[in-house]
Design a protein around this ligand. Structure first.
Ligand code: SF4
Ligand code: SF4
Length: 88
């Protein structure tokens, strides 16, 4: 399940650099998470890094993007393959 940023976001900018998948970007109003890139940090860390650093706790799981841990691992592997130019 990807995470999402709610409108409580104060645009503090601390979550963007900690995302290992570059899934977080400034949107038109607040920061946004691309569900195609978010793996809940599966493959990189035990816990979602953005949730750990957000000072206002505005990054819950997004029930609209339900995924199993296996699916998240598959996504992680696909993203890593893209990162390495498709050599794996
Ligand atoms: Fe990025 Fe991890 Fe947060 Fe998803 S949970 S947006 S992969 S830091
Ligand atoms: Fe918004 Fe939280 Fe990210 Fe700060 S850390 S930009 S408040 S989502």
């Amino acid at each position: 399940m990807a995470l999402k940023i709610t409108d409580e976001c104060i645009n503090c900018d601390v979550c963007e650099p900690v995302c290992p998948n570059h899934a977080i970007a400034q949107g038109p109003v607040i920061y946004e998470i691309d569900p195609a890139l978010c793996t809940e940090c599966v493959g990189h860390f035990d816990k979602p890094q953005c949730q750990l650093v957000c000072p206002v706790n505005c990054i819950p799981l997004d029930p609209d993007h339900a995924e199993t841990r296996e699916q998240l691992m598959d996504k992680y592997r696909r993203l890593m393959t893209l990162d390495t130019g498709g050599s794996r």
